[in-house]
Design a protein around this ligand. Sequence first.
Ligand code: ADP
Ligand code: ZN
Ligand code: MG
Length: 495
Amino acid sequence: MTAQAVETEDLATVIGLEVHVQLETDTKIFCSCSTDVGDDEPNTHTCPVCLGLPGALPVLNEGAVEAAVKVGKAIDATIPEETTFHRKNYYYPDLPKNFQITQYGAPICQEGELEFSVEGERRAVDVRRAHLEEDPGSLQHKGGSIDTADYTLVDYNRAGTPLMEIVTKPDFRAPSEVRAFLAKLTEVLEYLGIFDATRDGSLRVDANLSIVDGSEVAEDGAVDRDVLEDANRTEVKNISSHKGAEKALAYEETRQKNAIQRGRVVEQETRHWDESKGVTLSMRSKEEEKDYRYFREADLPVLRVSDWKERIDIPELPDARRERFRTEYGLDDESADKLTSTKEVADFFEDVAEQFDPGLAATWVADELLGELNYRDMQIADVSGRFDEIERLVELVATDEITTKNARETVLREMLDDGDSPDDIVEREGLGKTSGDEIQSAVVEAIDENPDAVEDYHDGEGGAINFLVGQVMQKTGGSADPGDVNQLLRDELEG
Ligand code: ADP
Ligand code: ZN
Ligand code: MG
C-alpha cells in the first residue's frame, strides 16, 4: 500500500454509508417464520428455509417488496422494470447456507436522494442504491467480546428478517452530518410505517471514512472520482445508533488525520466500533467484491416491479407535512417540528386541531403532552390508546370547564401517573370551575376581611391586588381563573 499524497495542513474528511434497516413485515423475507421474535428462546423461529437446509426453496415475501418500493418512492429513486436476486457467497456461522440472498446488478432502488438539515443548513446526500436482502442470524459471544469470548452461540431467529441496505455516495463531509442524516432517514422510514426504531438492532451502519487533501474538495463539496478511489478508506462496522455513528466516525477521523500528519499510511481495512471503549479496532483487511463470487439466485425468478410504483401509495412525508402545518395552521417552526416528529404525533395533532382551535391543539399536543411525556421518559405510543381521554381534557379547557392551570398541573399529570380519566380526576380533586356567583361572593368576602390590603391597593401598592387574588383563590379551592379574579376584584374595588 502506497502512502497517500496528502498535504498535512489542509485535510478534508470524506464519509459514505451503508445503512442496514430491518423492514417491519409479519414474516421473514423467504419463508413464513414470524419476525416477531421478542425475547423468545433462541432458534424457535426457524424452518428449513431460514436454516438453509438442503433442498429448501425461498419464496419471496410480497410485503418486503412493497416496503422497498415505498422507500424508493420516499427517496425519489428509480425503480427499474425488473429486479433480480443474487447469491453473495461467504462462510460465517450466522449464515447457514454459506451465502446470503441479496441484490447485485439490478437493485430495486437506484439513484435516490435524501435531504436533511444540519446546524440549520439544508444538505442533500445521494443514495447510490437501496437493495433487499436477508438478515443473517445473530451471534452471542459468551464470557467476553468478539475477540475475547470463551465461546460463541448462534441464534437463527433473526436469520431471514427482511433488510434493506441503503448505500450512499461518499457525500458526507463531517460525522455530525451522518448523525443528522440517520435521524432524518429514521423519521422517513417510520412515516412509511415499515420500520421500528425501538427494535433492537433494527438499524446497523457500516461507515466508510477517508481523509483527502482539502484542495481536492470543490466549492460545492464535490470530490473527484479518482481522488475518492485513490484514498485509502476504512470501513467501520458494528454501529447501531445515530450517536454511535457520530462518535465512531469522529474517532476514526482523528485517528486517520493523526496517522497522516505523522507521515504514516492509513491501511485500507475493516474496523470494529467498540461502543463501551469508544474506539475502533482493526478486524481484517477489507474484502473485495470478487471475493464474494456473486451469481444469480436461480431459485428466485426475475421480479417485474414496473407497475408497483403506481400501485403503492406512500403517506405525506415529514418535510411536506411540516410545511403544510406552518401554512395551514399558522404554526411557528418549533411547533411544526415538534408536531411532525413522528407520524403518530402529527396524526393526533390534526385530529385535535379539527375539533378545537388549532392554536389550542398545538399548545396541548406540542407543549403540554409531549413535555409531560418527555419528562416521564414516555413515548407517544405509550398513550395512543388514550387519545380520546386527552381530547376530552382539551375539551374541558376549550369549554372553560376547568382552568388551564389545573388542566396542566393536575389533570394531565395525574392522567399520566395514575392512568385515570380526566373527568374522574376533575371530580375527585374538585376542579370544576366555580360558578360566577360563588367567585363573586368570595371576592366580596376577601375585600371585607382584608381592609389593610384594600387600603394598600388604593394607595397604589402593586402587591396588594395579588394578595387579594390569592385570598379568593384559596376560598374557591384554586378552581377560579386568576385572571378573571383579578378583574372582578378591580371592578369591585373601583366600583
Ligand atoms: P466497495 O466496492 O468497497 O463496496 P463502493 O464503491 O461500493 O465500495 O462503496 C462502498 C461505500 O464506501 C459507499 O457507501 C461509498 O459512499 C463509500 N466510499 C467510497 N469511496 C469512499 C471514500 N473515498 N471515502 C469514504 N467513503 C467512500
Ligand atoms: Zn423460516
Ligand atoms: Mg460495494
